[in-house]
Design a protein around this ligand. Sequence first.
Ligand code: GLP
Length: 253
Amino acid sequence: MKLIIAKDYDDLSIKTAKIIAQLIKDKPNLLFCLPAGSSPLGMYENLIEMYRKREISFKQMTTFNMDEYVGLTKNHHQSYAYFTNKHFLQYIDVKENNIYRPNGLANDLSEMAINYSKLMQTLGGIDIAITGIGDNGHIAFNEPNETLQLNTHIVNLATSTIQANSRFFADISEVPSQAISIGMQDIFNCRTFIVVASGIKKAPMLKKFFDSSVLDPKFPVSFLHLHPNCLFIVDQEAISLCNQTIIQDNINY
Ligand code: GLP
């Protein structure tokens, strides 16, 4: 695992975008697994800016959305299909045919989920994925549970996640109770997996992650200790509760 400590959110967003841009320059036809959430917004803005300055092109890139609510149309203002389009895809030159999203309205959700993971592999596997960390330690929508799932699957959202995400909906009753998420094996198959965390709100999660290397399905992010190429990009506030010695030990191990 590698750790990059940025000064603040803007610095974190620039650093993350530069890493992605370099990966795209090295492999223009890469598969990019896209997150929702507020953490990656600055990264998206920086990537769009680089595209506008013609420093980078997404013409050959393929994207897979990382997760999605069950029951929302792709035009619903809170669906993750809408989110990734609104904040990133509509501004860049990625081809419509190369954009893949879990279908939260599929008749057979389980079959759709199985096929989604298969398609990622058939197309060559995810090169780069990014995610924030949920308030309960979830990654993508892999919620704390007795067990975790390997591949794309249907999730019953935790009460705390529904509560946390209700800030984006008019009323908590409108938050879907289920979602679709790529699974832990999908995450481990990503050639590069990046976690971004900014601000004091994320500090308890990072403290818990760096203080212990125990793998706990009730704290899904803990499994990233095992990922062969995982990078945490965090800012100073987010890392502020962590033990400095532990941080040093975790840089580049
Ligand atoms: C949602 C998403 C996650 C995201 C998390 C954190 O629940 N499913 O993929 O990481 O929110 O969001 P934020 O970055 O807004 O804190």
